[in-house]
Design a protein around this ligand. Structure first.
Ligand code: GLA
Length: 670
């Protein structure tokens, strides 16, 4: 666990509670009211300055820090710590107007204009120079300020530019990756469609193609786009580090495809996440839990919930509110999965601008509002669970979630079907584990798998050789592996591996696929499971032949009648299960649950409804059992594996406990 994050928790005396604070939108009399209300609500940390570049540097090189001095002093005098941001997500108009080359070029060749945010080409030397100047000035001025507790570099790194400086940087990136043009031509398989390059200056980002662009060129551009953004983070981080030893982070996003967070995480002192599950779809809590487990796994320890909504957002067609109790349940859900903070976007609702209807801790309707009262109550309750900070979780199951696999499956086109949604697929595989209360870590291709009993791979269409070897070694040594359809097909260069298919996993799964059969529109299949039960399947069929494996399910009827749909293979001391189709949810859940149980993995609680989330965090020999009932309508009874004390009520609990709809318990066991 990061010592720096532990020091932050010690400084704050427990869970950090607060959010983005944008005082530049208000006058001083409002700031005075803000700090008074923050204290009332138990706020101990606010993120300041995220969008303040234009207010801090109104003309190039002329800084107006006085107002920020005042704000930081005021916060400090009132015992509120600051997560100080560099404002480089929203460059001022003087930069884009005076130097239009800083604007990112869209895929269609047009520049993205000013008037939103993220309007910068991450490779632009002019942007980087200006970002370094403001970040340096802020770090130098405030590194010693007693309010500052951590640093927040920029915000939600995200833009991709298809032209300008990024095009040059892409070529340089490729030169570094391949060394020679011949190596690039080989990797990109440019003999196909006569795409051979004869000079580096001919190579460019993948423009909008007449038909289809080169699949490996697209893949490399995704890799580059993540790396070039990371360079921006590193630039500012290194500048701040020269002035301060406090933790430095930047905020990640839910299922964000354009930045490989496995590559980013080691560069951050603490991982942070912004998440906005749609309260209109209560089921969105499953994907939220997956994202939380991903954040915990990225650095194998506590992380920072940097932004969530107090109630509704303003980004969808219909923006539903978080009904009474949902904000609290969602906040504890993050803590249950390892967050040591409960932070929001934003403290006070803006009166204008695009997000004027995005909820805030302090809403337009003020302290009489229902949502404020829930915020105030939560802020004053979190002290009861202060002792959980710094605790960690262990899992026997790893779910593989890797950006290369994601990009290969979704960004390169030309596959047997091209409507995959990698994140949805991962969520579908994660759901039965969550609902059976099995602890799950997320793993990337480069992660160490040896500490797990079970590794599940929802999809790895593209694999690295090293990952394929590690997975085989894991099985060989006695591990259980479950792999989803259309995995192990291509290598890192997006070239079909031999012997096909799936070249990377053929001996592992003990079967080969002679053809991938995407389902026709509306088509479904019947499979007969080893138990004798029948189940429906759809979406996809592998036309599969057994080698060393045996069938766990076979198709019944149809063109593949009697052929394997799910195979099982003994591999070394281990077991491998491969699904060549998409089973209906209940059959899929039963299969996953069975495989996990056969591997000797115990759930966190054995006796709880699926709507209850159960996780365990541990520290210094003490276990904290988190129970969250996500049902809005039904109370839930949970059989407790051990007796303990519910930290939220202070009462001893034993045998079982009952959770109200959206109710939460945090049981210190022992
Ligand atoms: C993101 C941003 C915030 C805000 C919120 C709410 O997470 O970081 O600035 O826009 O979304 O939409």
């Amino acid at each position: 666990m990061s010592e720096l994050l532990a020091a932050l928790s010690r400084r704050l005396g427990g869970i950090a509670f607060g959010g983005d604070y944008n005082p530049e939108q208000w006058g001083r009399e409002v700031w005075l009211e803000d700090v008074a209300l923050m204290k009332k609500a138990g706020v101990n940390l606010v993120t300041v300055g995220v969008f303040a570049w234009a207010s801090l540097e109104p003309t190039p090189g002329e800084f107006t820090f006085e107002w920020l001095d005042d704000v930081l002093n005021l916060l400090h005098e009132n015992g509120i710590s600051v997560d100080l941001a560099t404002p480089t997500m929203a460059p001022p108009v003087w930069l884009s107007h005076g130097h239009p080359e800083v604007l990112p070029i869209r895929e269609d060749g047009y520049p993205f204009g000013f008037g939103n945010r993220l309007h910068y080409d991450p490779a632009s030397p002019r942007y980087r120079e200006a970002a370094a100047r403001i970040a340096g000035a802020i770090a130098e001025r405030y590194a010693g300020h007693p309010a500052v507790a951590m640093w927040h570099v920029s915000n939600e790194y995200g833009p991709t530019s298809w032209g300008g400086a990024s095009a040059d940087a892409f070529r340089a990136w490729l030169q570094k990756r391949y060394g020679t043009l011949d190596a690039l031509n080989d990797a990109w398989y440019t003999r196909f469609w006569g795409q051979r390059y004869t000079a580096w200056e001919q190579v460019s980002p993948p423009e909008i193609p007449r038909t289809w662009s080169n699949a490996t060129r697209r893949l490399d551009f995704k890799r580059f786009a993540s790396d070039v953004l990371l360079e921006c983070f590193q630039l500012e981080r290194d500048i701040i580090r020269r002035h301060s030893d406090l933790p430095i982070t930047t905020n990640f996003m839910r299922f964000y495809k354009n930045a490989d967070y496995w590559a980013w995480a080691p560069e951050l002192d603490a991982v942070s996440l912004d998440i906005y599950p749609n309260p209109g779809e209560p089921d969105s809590r499953v994907a939220a839990a997956l994202n939380f487990d991903l954040m915990r796994s990225l650095k194998d320890g506590p992380w920072i919930l940097m932004e969530q909504a107090a109630s509704s957002v303003s980004q969808w067609q219909v923006n539903n509110v978080k009904r009474p109790g949902m904000m609290r349940a969602g906040s504890y859900q993050a803590v249950a999965h390892g967050a040591d903070t409960v932070l929001f976007f934003q403290w006070r609702a803006s009166r204008g601008g695009h997000e004027r209807f995005h909820s805030a801790m302090l809403p337009h309707s003020g302290t009489g509002a229902r949502s404020w009262q829930e915020i105030e109550a939560l802020g004053n309750e979190l002290g009861r669970v202060a002792e959980v900070t710094g605790s960690t979780s262990a899992a026997d199951v790893a779910l593989v979630f890797d950006w290369s696999a994601w990009w290969g499956l979704m960004d390169t086109h030309g596959l047997p079907r091209n409507d995959w949604d990698y994140a949805t697929l991962a969520t579908q595989w994660y759901r039965p584990l969550l609902e059976s209360h099995v602890a799950v870590d997320l793993a990337g291709f480069a992660s160490d798998l040896s500490r797990y009993r079970v590794v599940v791979v929802p999809n790895a269409y593209l694999v690295t050789e090293a990952f394929a070897e590690r997975l085989a070694a894991f099985a060989e040594a006695g591990g259980t592996v479950v792999i989803g359809m259309f995995s192990g097909v291509v290598n890192e260069d997006n070239e079909v591996m031999q012997p096909a298919y799936p070249g990377a996993f053929r001996s592992l799964i003990g079967a080969y696929v002679d053809e991938y059969w995407p389902a026709r529109e509306g088509e479904s299949f019947t499979v007969r499971l080893a138990s004798g039960a029948a189940a429906a399947a759809d979406w996809w069929q592998d036309s599969m032949t057994l080698e060393s494996g045996s069938a766990l399910a076979v198709y019944e009827g149809g063109l593949l009648d009697g052929r394997p749909a799910v195979v099982e293979n003994r591999y070394g001391a281990g077991r491998v299960v491969y699904l060549g189709t998409r089973l209906e949810a209940s059959a899929f859940a039963a299969l996953i649950d069975g495989v996990v149980a056969d591997a000797g993995v115990a759930p966190v609680v054995a006796d709880a409804p699926a709507a209850v989330e159960a996780t365990l965090r541990s520290k210094g020999g003490v276990d904290y059992l988190f129970l969250i009932n996500h049902s809005e309508a039904d109370a839930a009874r949970v059989g407790l594996p051990r007796d303990g004390v519910d930290l939220l009520t202070g009462s001893p609990v034993s045998g079982s406990l009952s959770l109200a709809p959206l109710g939460v318990a945090v049981v210190r066991c022992g």
